[in-house]
Design a protein around this ligand. Sequence first.
Ligand code: FES
Length: 683
Amino acid sequence: MSDPNDQPLVIFTPSGKRGRVAPGTTVLAAARQLGVDLDSVCGGRGICSKCQITPSYGQFSKHGVTVHEDALSEWNKVEQRYDDKRGLKQGRRLGCQACIQRDVVLDVPPESQVHRQVIRKSADTRPMVMDPATRLYFVEVAEPDMHEPSGDFERLATALKEQWKVEAVTADPSFLAKLQGVLRKGDWQVTVAVHADHTGATPRVLDIWPGLHEGGLFGLAIDLGSTTIAAHLTDLETGEVKAASGLMNPQIRFGEDLMSRVSYVMMNPGGEKELTAAVRGALADLAKALAKEAGISPDLIVEATIVCNPVMHHLLLGIDPTELGQAPFALALSEALSLPAGDLDLTTINTRARTYILPCIAGHVGADAAAVSLATAPEMSDELMLVIDVGTNAEILLGDKSRVLACSSPTGPAFEGAQISSGQRAAPGAIERVEINPETKEPRFRVIGVDHWSDEDGFAAAAASTGVTGICGSGIIEAVAEMRMAGLIDPSGLIGSAEQTGTARCEAEGRTHSYVIYDGTDEGGPKVSVTQGDIRAIQLAKSALYAGAQLLMDERGAEKVDRIVLAGAFGAHISPKHAMVLGMIPDAPLDKVTSAGNAAGTGARMALCSVAARRQIETGVGKITKIETAIAPRFQEHFVAANAIPHATAPFPELSSVVNLPTVSFNTGGDGSGGNRRRRRRG
Ligand code: FES
C-alpha cells in the first residue's frame, strides 16, 4: 500500500481546508471528502456547471506547496462541450470533471458555494449566509420494470436517496398528478425541488422539471405592515433580490391603526373574515405583480416568509384578534409556523409552495420585531444597543450580549406621512429633506426624484415632472426639528406668530399658526405647510417612541445607550440629528446613530434564504424579555415628559454639544395666538 503522504495534497481557498486524496479523485469528490462547500445540482454529470473552481499554479510558500501545470487532469470533452455551449470563465474548471493528480491549490468562487455569504449594504445587519430550505436536485430515475413492480414516485424517492442522500421524501397529490408525464418527457432524467427545513419534518418534493432545470428557484420575503405591505422576490440560490414592490394594506378601509381594526372585529362579529380576505388578496396580487416584474413564471416561487405584528399575524391566519386588544394580550399562537401557501390563499405562486411565518415575541411584540432582532443581532453586541423600527407601531429592542429587552409602542401613522395636513407617502414629488435658515427663517427643501435643493439653479426645471406634491415621513421629521432649531416653535411645540418669529411664513390659522414651506397655489399646485395639528401629531408619535425606549432603559437600569440603530421602511432616510432634536430617540453621540434600512424586511429575507436563521430566531425570541407598554405604569409618565421638543427633563448633553437650541416661548398663557413679544435667544 502506498504511503498516504505520497498522495496529492489539495488546498481549498478561501476556506483553507486541506487534505490528501487518492490520485485521480475528482475535485468535487475531494471537496465532499474534506467538507468543502462546493455546489452541484447535477451530481457530477457535467451539465449544471455549479461546481466551478479555479486552480492556481506556481509556488505557494504560505501553503508550502508548488503547483505544477499537470496538477489537474487535462481539460476533457465534457468541459469543452460546456465551454462551447455556455462558456466557462477564463481559468475555470468543472470540479466534477477535473481530477487531482498532484498537489494543488483550488479556489472556490462565491457562486460555486452553496452557503455563500450575501454581501449586505448596511453595516448594521448581520451577514447573511445562503442555506435555503428548498433546493434543486437532478436525478436519474430507474425506468419501470414489469417484473419488479414499483411506483414512479418510489423510484424517484430511491434515486434521491441513492444519488443525494435525501431520505424518505413525501409529496402532495398534485405533485403525483404531474410526476409521470415529466419523468417520461425528461427520459427519466429530471430535476426536483425538495423542501427540507429545520423542523425535522419529512422532506417534501415541491416540483419537478424534465432534464436539468435551469430556470432557478425563487422565494418571497414579505413584510406585512399595518399600513404597507412590502415584498422582495429573492433568488433562492444566490440571495439576490430580483424585484421589490409594495402596496397599501387594504385593511386600511376597516381602520387606520391596528386597534381600530380590532374594534371593527369586536363590533362586527365575523368581521375578521373580511379583514383576512382583504390581506390575503393583497398578498396574492403582490406576488403576481412581482413575478411579472422579474419576468419569471410564478410557478418558480416555491417559498414565502412573512413577518408582521401580532394583529396582522392573527388576521392573516384567520384568527379573531380580539384577545390582543385587551390585557393580558394573549396570542393564539406565538411559535413560528410552517404551512402550505394555499392555506393562506396564496394561490398565485407555485401551488405546492410553502410559507414560513416568523415567531411572535409577545402579544404586542410580533414577528416583525423578531425579524428586526434577527437582522440587527443586538444579542451579539458588546455595546448597549437600542434598535428602533419606526412604523405605525414602533418595535423597540434594547440589549447587548448579556440581555435583550423588547417592546412595541403605538406611534400611529404620523411618521409615515398620514394624519399630517400635507402628508403623503414617500413618492416622487414628496418633500423629504428640509433646512430652515435660523436668521432669515427661509426654508429650502429637496423632493424625492430631484437632485437639486429648492433654492438651487435648475430646481424648477428638474422638478417640472414630479412637481412638489406634499411632505413624507422623513420630511416632516426634519421640518419640525428645523423649526425648533430656527426658533419657529418653542419647546412645548407651539408655532409662533409672524410677529413673534419675524417671518410672514408663519400664518395665522384660526387660533393657531402654521409655517409655509412651499406655496404652489399660483401655479395651481398645493401649499405645503406645517400646521399646529401636524406638530401635535408628530409630538404624540415621537413621545410614544421615546417613552417605549425609556421604559426599556429603566428595566435595564441604563442611563444612556451606546448606540442607536434606526430601522423601518424609511429608517434609512431619517437624519439622526433631526430625530434627536425632535426627541424621537434618547441622547447619544450622533456618529453612533445609524440606519439599518428595512430591518424587518431584511429579517424576512434572511429567514427565506437560511434555515439556520430560522433556527436562530426561534431560539432567540425565547431569550428576549418582553415589556408590555400598555400596562407599564411609568409609560404614561415618560410619554408626558417626552412631549416637549426635545424633552421636558432629560438633558440631552450629546445633542447640546452639536446643536444650540434657541430658548423661545410662544405661550401667551391663553390660546397661543400671539402677543408674547419676548424672544429670548441663547448663544
Ligand atoms: S456538478 Fe454539475 S457540472 Fe459539475
